[in-house]
Design a protein around this ligand. Structure first.
Ligand code: NAD
Length: 413
């Protein structure tokens, strides 16, 4: 995929927009392809008229790297006016949590699906505060359903009401420490819940099922190497074991029933709206309130960080362009030790490293994760657009400005 900045030619449009992922039929009822003349007209307009790109959505694409699917949707919206009836419905589970909420925002901001339905059980990790502005911003393009994916009847009922193009399953118990003390919840939601959704999707003719998985299913790496999609599954914690089990059930649904499924396995996410029990938001909120920062062991464990918006873009690209039955690793190549992260947060906030307190290591603590995302990059053309240093600084500032959100989501319910 070619990226472009202002002033560079936009020749790539000619072949990108007419490629297979011209997702016209999915977003709008319209002819299968935008005619070449329209594509050329768009390219010229984009290139020659600075007023189009300044401050507009196009500007966003130019700055952040152009994705084929973005362009397709943009061209369709820009030029196709014959019948603007949106046709695509998506069902997102776990949309009141960290990544699911970003995904809903990302899709509704960048594309024009008819509707995104958010199904969330509102566990301790999910909050209506995280999706507080969705109804106002997106109107009837957004629905919230308070429901539990462990309840098969509920899922059946929901899917019988509308025809959904895709289910994107973010809902999960997601905190490793909690899985060590209480594995049952992880088995129920992460395995049984995913199995329910798969079965309901088959029964109700959902076109595609996307399972949001994690690099943790691969277990731990030593000092060198990266996880590829063919690395063995070797989970260490009840959390990662439950996610691995779900992955195997999803792949089995492809082989057994021919169900259209895809799996994404992302590395550690960071960004706004992450529940303050995970490393980055926990350390920021403790540092902001002058509390000690508990670091496992010697802080040498390494994680590969990706900005949540880059992850969401990858999930959307896989939804639209991934091959059925395939796994796609998602990672941005930003490895850091936990101690490096904690020190960077303290430095940004002008706080002393004396706040760091080393605590007994987590049992079964994986040493290192590192993702090889080459398949996603070369097959689908995805690439990250956030630089880790800047993204972390922006995230710290977001938590500084949103202490109210933190105290709301931490309130006992
Ligand atoms: P999160 O804990 O912030 O959010 C999970 C959401 O799921 C919450 O809103 C919660 O209320 C909801 N939920 C939990 N159980 C449910 C149930 N039974 N029915 C309906 N809703 C339920 O998690 P997250 O960090 O946003 O992670 C989302 C997905 O991404 C998970 O599947 C996780 O395994 C995966 N993932 C996360 C990361 C990461 O760094 N956070 C990295 C890779 C993959």
């Amino acid at each position: 995929m070619t990226s472009a900045s202002h002033g560079e030619p936009v020749r790539f449009l000619e072949h990108q927009v007419t490629a297979k992922s011209l997702i016209s039929g999915v977003f709008w009822r319209m002819p299968a392809q935008v005619p070449q003349s329209v594509v050329s007209e768009f390219a010229n307009e984009l290139h020659n008229n600075p007023s189009i790109s300044r401050g507009s959505e196009t500007d966003h694409y130019l700055r952040h790297g152009l994705r084929e699917s973005h362009l397709s949707a943009y061209v369709v919206e820009r030029f196709e006016t014959r019948d603007r009836t949106p046709t695509m419905r998506l069902l997102v589970t776990g949309g009141c949590g960290f990544i699911g909420s970003h995904f809903i925002r990302y899709v509704l901001e960048h594309y024009q699906p008819e509707n995104v339905t958010n199904v969330d059980a509102l566990t301790y990790a999910g909050s209506l505060q995280t999706a507080a502005d969705f109804s106002e911003r997106f109107g009837d393009r957004y629905d919230f359903v308070h429901a539990d994916i462990r309840e098969l009847d509920w899922m059946d009922d929901l899917l019988s009401r509308h025809s959904y193009y895709g289910i994107i399953n973010f809902a999960a118990e997601s905190h490793v420490d909690r899985s060590i003390t209480d594995p049952e919840n992880f088995i129920d939601t992460n395995i049984k819940g995913a199995t329910n959704l798969l079965a309901a999707a088959r029964r109700h003719g959902v076109k595609r099922f996307v399972q949001i998985s994690t690099d943790e299913v691969y277990g731990s790496l030593g000092e060198s190497g990266w996880f590829t999609e063919s690395s063995p599954i070797n989970p260490s914690s009840p959390y990662s074991a439950s996610k691995a089990a779900a992955d195997l059930l999803v792949l089995a649904a492809y082989k057994t029933y021919g169900q259209d499924v895809v799996i994404t396995r992302s590395s550690n996410n960071y960004g706004p709206f992450q529940y303050p029990e995970k490393l980055i938001p926990l350390m920021i909120s403790r540092a902001l309130t002058n509390h000690s920062l508990p670091v496992y062991g010697k802080g040498v464990n390494i994680r590969d960080w990706i900005h949540v918006e880059d992850h969401c873009a990858a999930v959307f690209d896989v939804l639209m362009q991934g091959r059925a039955g395939e796994v796609y690793n998602v990672g941005a190549g930003s490895e850091r030790t936990n101690l490096e992260i904690v020190k960077a947060i303290l430095a940004h906030l002008g706080q002393s490293e004396e706040l760091i307190q080393f605590v007994t290591d987590r049992p079964g603590h994986d040493y290192r994760y590192a993702i090889d995302a080459q398949k996603l990059r070369s097959e689908i053309g995805w690439k990250p657009s956030h630089d880790f240093k800047t993204g972390l600084a922006e995230t710290i500032e977001w938590y500084r400005e949103n202490e109210r959100w933190c105290s709301e989501v931490l309130k006992p319910r």
